[in-house]
Ligand binder design. Structure first.
Ligand SMILES: *Cc1c(COP(=O)(O)O)cnc(C)c1O
Length: 420
């Protein structure tokens, strides 16, 4: 499908007619599996009989096979996966958890949910955790946990991060909401830390509306996560689980937080998981085409992506790196792009909009959550984001670039007028 249409509006500008916010549909096999499950009525993942259709247990098995992890636990959202992984890893009320400052609201939310205190870490120009600031904050705070968020799919130097954690005795939990199937130097994200957490919310790599997955090789963490997620005493029905004796150590000491994955969600995901690598390959092609188109626009720059970063880009970030543009002109650029059909998001807006909020909007974290975050403040101020639906054609990418070039020209003209 192509939706490009460079037909001009009355103001003479190009217009993109696709809906960048439209999700990709569920494959027919997933729809059929979901309908079958609804006919049976067995939407809850556990049953008390032997005939239960264990869609969630099968999904966990298949995802742990994909990841090469020993264990996998399906839960009800990505944010809950993060919360449960923290609890299962032993985070207690008042503990400090290092978090890179460029992330999505559910990440500091999961830390707060666990009763812990987020310590925000600055970012560098690749939009990943700044390793010098991470080292400094690790030493200063004495935090024993790091929640590393691959926000928008950007992956730091994992050899350096892993070494840093080992040096400071830090347990790492990975937030892979934007890196399902992506890796660093041939190794999948979600396999570096003590646990990897994934989201299957509609705008992630596979779509079940709501959903989350935790992977780990740690048998105690896995058993605790299963019990915490709300398995009752039916945990034996899991497949990608540790031996039953591991549960004996935890089953009387672990609350049931009722954050289970539904069978319906698992049925939808099982049909999409086999398509994941193919989808990621297509996303990489789309990213390459659009990045190439945008590279010719003065005032727009894309973060560098090292060869080790095997990313799976369901979105593209660029900065408006023109110092002559202030807030008003960046806002004008964004408004112009949106008016011409290209729905970009801006991380620099004064107030949080849509999905996009920023560290200084999370005021519940309190003063001193990170001290100064000069790079994050500067970089996010200029940062824009475009979602990349899988149906984008090369021609669509071209039209998007034309719209952005024209919007940038207007913003720059406005800046000139203002300072003339
Ligand atoms: C979406 C997202 C989450 C949380 O996932 P939900 O399933 O929406 O709770 C966590 N981290 C990042 C970076 C995300 O984009």
């Amino acid at each position: 499908m192509t939706v490009s249409d460079a037909r001009s509006e009355p103001d003479g500008g190009a217009v993109f007619r696709g809906d960048l916010s439209a999700p990709d549909p569920i494959p027919e096999a997933g729809i059929e599996a979901a309908v079958k499950l609804m006919r049976d009525g067995r939407l809850f993942r556990y049953g008390e009989d032997r005939d239960t259709i264990p869609e969630a247990a099968l999904l966990e098995q298949e995802f742990s096979d994909y990841m090469g992890s020993k264990y996998c636990v399906g839960v009800n959202s990505g944010g809950c996966a993060l919360f449960l992984a923290l609890k299962a890893a032993g985070v207690e009320a008042g503990d400090k958890v290092l978090v890179n400052a460029f992330t999505l609201a559910p990440v500091p939310g999961a830390v707060a949910h666990a009763g812990a205190q987020a310590v925000l870490v600055d970012i560098d120009k690749r939009l990943v955790a700044d390793l010098d600031d991470l080292e400094r904050k690790a030493a200063e705070s004495g935090a024993r946990f790091l929640m590393l968020s691959y926000m928008r799919g950007h992956i730091p130097d994992m050899d350096a991060v892993t070494a840093l954690c080992a040096r400071h005795g830090i347990v790492m939990i990975e937030d892979c909401a934007h890196t399902m199937g992506a890796g660093w130097n041939g190794r999948l994200t979600g396999s570096f830390g003590k646990a990897g957490c994934f989201s299957t919310q509609t705008f992630k790599h596979i779509n079940s509306g709501e959903g989350g997955l935790i992977v780990t090789d740690d048998e105690d963490l896995a058993a605790r996560a299963i019990l915490l997620s709300g398995s009752y005493m039916l945990y034996a029905q899991h497949r990608a689980r540790p031996p039953l004796e591991v549960f004996e150590r935890h089953r009387f000491a672990t609350p049931n937080c009722s954050m289970r994955m539904s069978g319906l969600v698992a049925a939808l995901l099982r049909a999409q998981l086999p398509l994941l690598d193919e989808r990621n390959a297509r996303w990489r092609q789309i990213y390459a085409v659009l990045a190439d188109e945008l590279s010719g626009i003065e005032g727009i720059s894309l973060p560098q992506r090292p060869a080790e970063e095997d990313f799976a880009p369901s979105s593209l970030q660029f900065s408006v790196a023109d110092r002559s543009l202030d807030d008003r002109q960046i806002a004008l650029f964004v408004d112009e792009a949106i008016a011409h059909g290209v729905h970009i998001k801006w991380f620099g807006a004064a107030d949080p909009v849509g999905f996009t909020s920023r560290h200084d909007h999370w005021r519940y974290l309190g003063e001193g959550a990170g001290g100064g975050l000069p790079n994050a403040d500067r970089l996010l101020h200029q940062l824009c984001d475009i979602r990349l639906p899988l149906w984008l054609s090369d021609e669509d990418c071209h039209t998007i670039a034309v719209v952005l070039r024209e919007a940038m020209a207007k913003a720059r003209a406005a800046a000139v007028k203002l300072y003339a």
